[in-house]
Design a binder for this molecule. Structure first.
Ligand SMILES: [Zn+2]
Ligand SMILES: [Zn+2]
Length: 1560
């Protein structure tokens, strides 16, 4: 492969799989000199790259390889070398990496540099992940099909130039035009880790060049670049005409670039011509009928031109020369011509003629609306086939030229030079100058193409390719002429002199347009013409193959100038027949398959093809830099302190406790703060599976002082060694809620209905993105007395994108914006000032607000408690309760810092309003609510932002049983399946429509189509029709409606008021239902313009809308919780004032330089988010948050700093550093207020690796006071010089005598307190602390501390721990063959005393969804049951998209509020008929079909057992492949039938031969 000039090397990619099955991607880009290592997490598949030199950035590939393998070739299991990365994605239990392994340089050197490569061989690497997420068979099949998509020969890229825009692009390669990027979705993972360039920008289509010359003349180069648009991807019979993204099927932009290569240093002249091809931009389609040879063409009967205008608008934007900065000279009237060359048959009776008529009409329609004032649309109808038939090929070509002449000349071409140096860049004339960071020199454009010619036939394949060749050929000869390459046959033959002679009158511009075919042929040197034809031939085949799966037909005409033209023609007739047959086969059989592949490749409609796949996988936080805080003792003395339990490298490990049947407690410190979502266990045991613990408790917290129980006694079923088991975890439930729920549960109640519609109970856990410590307590089963075994433990969670947040780039900067909005919606929060203010600028509001002084933290907590919709019930005058001025902020947060008064002041308002709603409903409908009323009440509850528990409390307070308003129980059971099905269909339609809206915005100005009626249009309680002009008039009421707007129903044409309209979703549903047979135009034509009245809409659709709306509100509530949690997390790190003031990205470079100076070659080891504190740290009121001490230097207000409470004379910081390191010292950045003799601390530092205080070792004790005498600049307030930036801040470094290898640094700051000791008051002490006159001192504490201001307190700006990280080598030392190890092995291999045997069952049947087993009296009594892992998936999409959905953070609610299933076991109570629950098990997530064994608490004596599934069943669904659309209430995959077997324990010897037959 040729090396592109400019780049020093070719890009090289090595994918390394090592013996632990971990995969590393090692990338050395041509544009860089270093090498990056990307690690693929073996559990979740997420990509990791920390941008740290020596850790995942290296000088060379070899160095990187060495680092990973430790220099040992033996650990390498597999190596794949590639030339480029094309994409990566995680699809459920697979990571999929797409690599280009062979390339060809299709244009080795563009003018100005840059090589365009076509991929000739690619490879998908499929990585199996440890994550046991159940995945449906259909999904697995679709993933397989995705990897079968044809990449080779049809895709290309350029690493160093933007080639998604016409040449030369003024935009950097980093900002491609989305319309032509095919791997945008597949490259997201690399963007997320800050390595955008490591995945190339992939285009689909054709690119190729030819060098040509004419006798004795300078050589030229012609390149043909054809970019396929991705806005309407798809195959022939499925993607024709317009789609709802305003693009057409088979839409391609073609570019013909001609230039004259020059020696180095000379400017390169070039010119370029652009045209477009695609199917007709109206709504039409074609249907294959088995009875007829030709497909039947039809045009949508509804709104066939919808979006046509938008289509031309997009073209206008792209081809408007003014957008290139070209001034008026050549574009006199400022119009952009778009000339459509339509090559369809137009004769009477021809099926295509209907399209011709509509094409014309569509243009008239657009002209009449005046929506494109700057565009001039022309249509040239030129019936290609008919012309050839009656006039022959030559005259057909002449005729085409005749039509093309004037539009081609007026649209023109672009021409200019590339100059190698920017020396003369400003020499201004009318030229346009184009340059960007990717190129060394610049382009000077003299002329620019304005407007575009667009070719089409029916499929835009064969005729289009031929006609565009003959059009392009005319331009080509002109392009050559302008570059001084003369193609005149006679001139070239006669003269061989200098080019100057040709500038004569005979060399007219565009002269060949006036020639006949024969004249053209005779007067032109044909070899370049044939070269061009060759390019068009290949291009035509490529486009045809992509669109139809077969080569182009009727291509022989392209060879008309060549010698063998006649021969080609004969051959071609036979070939055409073959291709026709092949196309037919492809269309009938393969089109939908290929359509699906393309959609998956582009990341669209994934909710259909891969319904359970996550868009953002979770992260494993316990690995890499996570660690165990306390050692745990193993029976194996050679084992480490249990650290290996967190390491993937030893996933086969079986760890054994020291004592028999001991409780095991793991204190896990996470590598990064996160919200914990899952506990992933690798079940490990020997031959006896009972040694693995039977239950686990989970506690989480920000530090060791804040641990809260989030999961108690979660059952761990027995299963095979090595099974991966996920235990979903939701956040802690507040104690208050917990108590209420428990209290409620203790009351006897009848069987509750399964929540098929939605989770009515909806317990809500809190979210905390700063969770850092997870404590797991494992309990062995009661039956066992042997030691306990455990295996690898992983904690999975959601992290905030801290790197981007601190750098304010990408999602990070959007997050700041978003978070600021969270805060802005709460007016009273804004006035709070919690950071220390600079001297003299003290804010009095801090003291007058009087509520946050103690905390300075998290007072907004319950932010989300604001009603979400702006319409409040008050507007309707229904409710007299006044909402307090505080805007109904309700703090239900239980943070210990929150002030109770605030809660008391505003609590209850929501609940009271809710009760009013309830009363109003029951007043008009009687005490028993119906299904719809109960739904509306729930909607009102969510609009008031009450949690389910708050609702239950409110209802209980007025003596109402909440279960009486549970819509799940009030609905007709037989109706549930169809309702669920309708709601799910609505969700899918809504999501598709949303995707299309996003795609359609590409290349267009954003459009705002907000109207009165939203997707659901659900009326509020009491709201009903009252408009006199409404002809629909549903319900009667005397109340005034909020809206007086009147609409027209598009179905019945009646006038209808807002209340009587159905939501927009109903329009979607109706359009979808109208689809008949293969007529899928209507399905795609999702016009959302019209409205429809409720009378024209089936009740089931209205019910589906209301259910969907309820689900949307639940999701919005969760979304707003996530945003509040994000805000709180940020505020806890950088201080709330900083967020408020945050406008643009902070000075990264400046901070980076300062850090470099401070570190002096060493690394900062404890910077947040990698470093953190192990214990809570007390702060003074108004102090910056303690975590700010570890935050990056450029974050937080410059003047803010941490300050301890004045009552405290010492504080101990236990800092856990990012990874095991050799620490050489600690740097303390002095607060802006500076030190004085009274508050300069004594600093004591220890180091340790675990949390036991006894094990820490002291590394030194320093008295800052002694520093002050030698460094007086540390005293007193910081001089407020204007910039302050770039200067090294005041700091003290505490150097250790020798570097200490440790994981924790303990720093104790202490000061001597006044009165506690006889401190001699020195002068400066007095001055700074007691003198409050503004003239004499900064009065630094005057504003904040109130009465305690005179007391000195601890304070600091930052703490940096410096040194070098140690490369963690957790590889197990070669297993010792000691006697001890052997005895362990023997113990593990010892079979269990008792085996499980199947209890024969007399009958097994489902009653409702419960499984009832009758056991014959002669059978042994059951000791437990086996449950096979469910065959159901958790779909990502559960409702239609809401407007306010948090796109920025992209959290998936099913991780934050995971649906959990439990299985209850019931028996008869004694002799009575009453059933009683004897056990309930929480079901872990495992791969489909995994056998799980659950022991009963005691042996079952009953002869009849019920198994009942309880929990959030609505969160599960069937794989579409297994009939997921069947519309059953309960997913088939959750059925208990044939999924449960009872077993008993027995000694194998007692059963003899029978044992082997009934083992279970
Ligand atoms: Zn009405
Ligand atoms: Zn109607």
């Amino acid at each position: 492969m040729e090396s592109p000039a400019g780049g020093l090397r070719n890009t090289s990619v090595v994918v390394l799989t090592i013996d632990t099955s971990e995969v590393y991607i090692i990338v050395s880009l041509s544009s860089r000199t270093d090498t990056q290592v990307i690690y693929i997490d073996p559990t979740t598949g997420s990509l990791h790259h920390d941008q740290k030199l020596g850790h995942d950035v290296f000088d060379s590939q070899e160095e990187a390889l060495n680092h990973i393998t430790n220099g040992s070739k033996f650990v390498i299991k597999n190596t794949i070398r590639a030339k480029a990365i094309l994409g990566y994605t995680v699809l459920g239990s697979f990571g999929l990496l797409l690599l280009a392994t062979k390339l060809t340089a299709s244009i080795p050197y563009l003018p100005g540099g840059g090589c365009v490569y076509t991929i000739i061989e690619s490879k998908w690497i499929k990585i199996s992940l440890q994550n046991p997420q159940p995945q449906g068979k259909g999904e697995v099949k679709n993933i397989q099909e995705l990897t079968e998509l044809e990449i080779d020969g049809k895709h290309y890229f350029c690493e160093s130039r933007d080639i998604t825009r016409p040449f030369p692009s003024r935009v950097s390669v980093k900002a491609p035009d989305d319309e032509f990027v095919w791997n945008g979705w597949l490259s997201v993972g690399f963007k997320r880790i800050g390595l955008d360039q490591h995945c190339v920008i992939l285009l689909q289509g054709f690119v190729e060049y030819r060098t040509f010359g004419s006798l004795g003349q300078q050589d030229g180069i012609v390149a043909l670049i054809a970019r396929r648009s991705r806005l309407h991807p798809g195959t022939r019979y499925l993607a024709r005409g317009l789609n709802s993204c305003y693009s057409t099927g088979n839409e391609i932009e073609c570019e013909q670039l001609v230039w004259v290569p020059k020696r180095d240093g000379q400017s390169v002249p070039f010119n370029t011509y652009i045209w477009r091809r695609g199917t007709i931009p109206i709504w039409w389609g074609a249907e294959l009928k088995m009875t007829s040879a030709e497909a039947v063409i039809y045009v949508s009967d509804r709104d066939p031109y919808k979006g046509s205008g938008k289509y031309y608008q997009r073209l206008t934007k792209r081809y408007d020369a003014r957008n290139m900065g070209i001034n008026g000279n050549q574009n006199k009237n400022n119009f952009v011509p778009i000339v459509c060359v339509n090559l369809l048959r137009n004769g009477e009776g021809k099926s295509e003629s209907i399209l011709v008529q509509h094409f014309e009409e569509s243009l008239n329609h657009i002209r009449s609306t005046g929506q494109l004032p700057n565009t001039r649309l022309h249509l040239i109808n030129y019936d290609w086939h008919t012309s050839i038939r009656f006039k022959g090929e030559q005259q057909t070509i002449e005729g085409l030229w005749y039509h093309l002449k004037s539009p081609t000349i007026s649209i023109g071409i672009s021409e200019g030079h590339y100059l190698h140096s920017r020396h003369n860049i400003n020499e201004s004339n009318d030229d346009v100058v184009v340059y960007n960071d990717d190129i060394i020199g610049f382009f000077r454009l003299h002329v620019h193409q304005n407007g575009v010619i667009r070719y089409n036939c029916a499929d835009s394949l064969d005729r289009t390719n031929a006609a565009s060749y003959f059009g392009g050929l005319q331009v080509f000869t002109e392009q050559c002429r302008r570059l001084g390459i003369f193609l005149d046959a006679d001139v070239a033959l006669k003269q061989t002199g200098s080019p100057a002679r040709t500038r004569s009158g005979t060399d007219r511009a565009w002269k060949r347009f006036d020639m006949t075919f024969e004249e053209f042929k005779r007067s032109t040197i044909l070899s370049p013409v044939c070269q061009l034809a060759d390019l068009f031939l290949i291009a035509g085949d490529i486009h045809a193959t992509i669109y139809t799966g077969s080569k182009a037909m009727h291509s022989h005409i392209l060879s008309i100038f060549s010698e063998e033209a006649a021969k080609v023609k004969q051959f071609s007739v036979a070939q055409n027949v073959r291709i026709t047959l092949q196309r037919r086969y492809n269309n009938a059989v393969l089109d939908s398959y290929r359509q699906k592949q393309l959609e998956m490749f582009l990341g669209i409609r994934l909710f259909k093809h891969l319904p359970s796949v996550s868009i953002q996988p979770l992260h494993v936080l316990s690995r890499r830099s996570g660690c165990l805080l306390k050692p745990i003792a193993s029976i194996d003395a050679s084992s480490d302190d249990g650290d290996s339990l967190l390491s993937f490298k030893q996933k086969d490990l079986i760890w054994i406790s020291q004592q028999a049947a001991d409780i095991i407690q793991l204190f896990i410190y996470l590598g990064e703060p996160c919200h914990v979502c899952q506990l992933l266990l690798t079940i490990s045991h020997g031959a006896d599976d009972s040694t693995y613990p039977s239950t686990v408790d989970v506690r989480t917290g920000r530090d060791l002082d804040e641990l809260r129980l989030v999961l108690e006694g979660a059952c761990i079923a027995r299963c095979a060694n090595g099974t991966n088991m996920v235990i979903p975890i939701s956040g802690p439930v507040s104690d208050d809620d917990m108590a209420f729920t428990k209290n409620k549960a203790s009351k006897p109640s009848q069987k509750t209905k399964l929540p098929f519609l939605y989770d009515f109970e909806g317990r809500e856990g809190e979210l905390d993105f700063l969770t850092r410590v997870v404590v797991l307590t494992f309990y062995p089963s009661e039956s066992t007395t042997s030691p306990v075994t455990i295996g690898e433990v992983e904690i999975l969670g959601i992290t905030l994108p801290w790197r981007e947040i601190f750098a304010s780039e990408g999602p990070g900067s959007r997050l700041w914006e978003r978070v600021n909005n969270v805060k802005d919606s709460h007016p009273y929060v804004v006035s709070l000032t919690n950071d220390v203010l600079p001297p003299g600028k003290s804010d009095t509001t801090t003291t007058t607000t009087g509520m946050d002084l103690l905390s300075g933290d998290d007072i907004i907590s319950g932010t989300a408690s604001q009603p979400m919709t702006e319409i409040s019930l008050i507007d309707h005058g229904y409710i007299e309760d006044k909402i307090s001025q505080t805007n109904a902020i309700q703090t239900k947060d239980k943070d210990k810092d929150s002030k109770v008064e605030v809660e008391a002041a505003v609590a209850g308002t929501g609940a009271q309003q809710y009760i009013s709603c309830f009363r109003m409903l029951t007043a008009s409908h009687g005490s028993k609510l119906g299904f719809i009323d109960s739904m509306k009440l729930e909607i009102e509850r969510l609009r008031l932002n009450l949690s389910a528990t708050e609702r239950d409390k409110a209802l209980s307070s007025i003596g109402v049983d909440p279960s009486t308003i549970n819509p799940n129980a009030l609905i007709e059971e037989s109706y549930i399946p169809s309702l669920c099905k309708a709601a799910n269909a609505l969700a899918v339609l809504g999501q598709a429509s949303r995707e299309d809206k996003i795609t359609s915005a590409i290349g267009l100005d954003p459009i705002d189509d907000e109207i009165d009626i939203d997707f659901w249009n659900i009326n509020r309680i009491g709201e009903s029709c009252c408009s006199e002009s409404c002809q629909v008039h549903i319900g009667t009421s005397t109340l005034t409606s909020s809206s007086q707007s009147i609409y027209i129903c598009s179905a019945c044409q009646r006038k209808v008021c807002k209340v009587c309209c159905a939501g927009k979703g109903a329009v979607l549903v109706l359009q979808n239902q109208n689809r008949v047979g293969g007529t899928n135009v209507n399905e795609r034509c999702l016009t959302m313009d019209g409205v429809i009245c409720k009378l024209c809409c089936h009740d089931s659709v209205l019910d589906a809308l209301i259910l969907d709306y309820l689900r949307v509100l639940i999701s919005e509530r969760r979304g707003s919780h996530a945003e509040t949690a994000t805000y709180k997390a940020l505020a806890h790190v950088v201080g709330r004032n900083y967020i408020a003031g945050k406008k643009e990205s902070s000075d990264k470079n400046g901070a980076g330089k300062i850090l470099e100076q401070l570190l002096d070659g060493e690394e900062s080891l404890a910077e947040f988010p990698f470093g953190s504190f192990l214990h809570s740290i007390e702060s003074a009121s108004g102090s910056a948050p303690p975590l700010s001490l570890l935050a990056p230097l450029n974050t937080g207000l410059r003047q803010s700093y941490w300050r301890g409470p004045p009552t405290i004379s010492s504080t101990e910081f236990i800092i856990v550093i990012g990874s095991l390191s050799d620490v050489s010292g600690v740097i303390l950045l002095v607060s802006p207020c500076g030190y004085s003799m009274s508050d300069s601390p004594i600093v004591q530092i220890w180091a340790s690796s675990k949390i036991h205080k006894e094990e820490r070792s002291c590394v030194g004790k320093w008295d800052v006071k002694s520093h002050l005498t030698s460094s007086p600049e540390l005293c007193g307030p910081e001089e407020s010089n204007k910039d302050g930036q770039g200067q090294t801040p005041r700091h003290i470094k505490f150097d250790f005598r020798n570097p200490v290898r440790c994981r924790m640094i303990w720093i104790k700051l202490s000061i001597q307190k006044v009165g506690s000791n006889s401190v001699s008051f020195e002068n400066d002490f007095n001055l700074l602390s007691f003198d409050e006159s503004p003239a004499s001192g900064p009065g630094r504490r005057a504003s904040i501390a109130g009465t305690s201001e005179s007391l000195p307190s601890l304070h600091a700006k930052r703490i940096l721990v410096v040194g070098f990280p140690v490369k963690a080598d957790v590889r197990r030392s070669s297993s010792q063959r000691s006697e001890h190890a052997n005895s362990i092995k023997n113990w593990l291999e010892k079979p269990p005393m008792l085996n499980r045997y199947k209890v024969p069952v007399e009958s097994e049947k489902l009653i409702e969804n419960d499984l009832v087993l009758d056991i014959s009296p002669s059978s042994p009594t059951a000791a437990g049951f086996r449950l096979d892992g469910f065959n159901a998936i958790k779909p990502r999409l559960t409702h239609s998209p809401s407007k306010s959905e948090s796109l920025v953070t992209g959290f998936e609610h099913r991780f934050i509020s995971p649906p959990v299933l439990n299985i209850q076991v019931l028996t008869l109570k004694g002799l009575s008929e009453e059933m009683m629950v004897i056990a309930e098990y929480r079901i872990p997530e495992v791969k489909i079909g995994t056998a799980l064994y659950f022991d009963f608490p005691k042996v079952m004596s009953s002869r009849r057992v019920w198994f009942r599934l309880v929990g959030d069943v609505a969160g599960f669904a069937d794989d579409p492949e297994d009939g997921g659309d069947a519309g059953r209430a309960l997913a088939v995959g959750l059925s208990l039938l044939n999924r449960i077997k009872l077993y008993y324990y027995a000694h194998p010897a007692d059963l003899g031969r029978w044992a082997s037959l009934s083992g279970i």
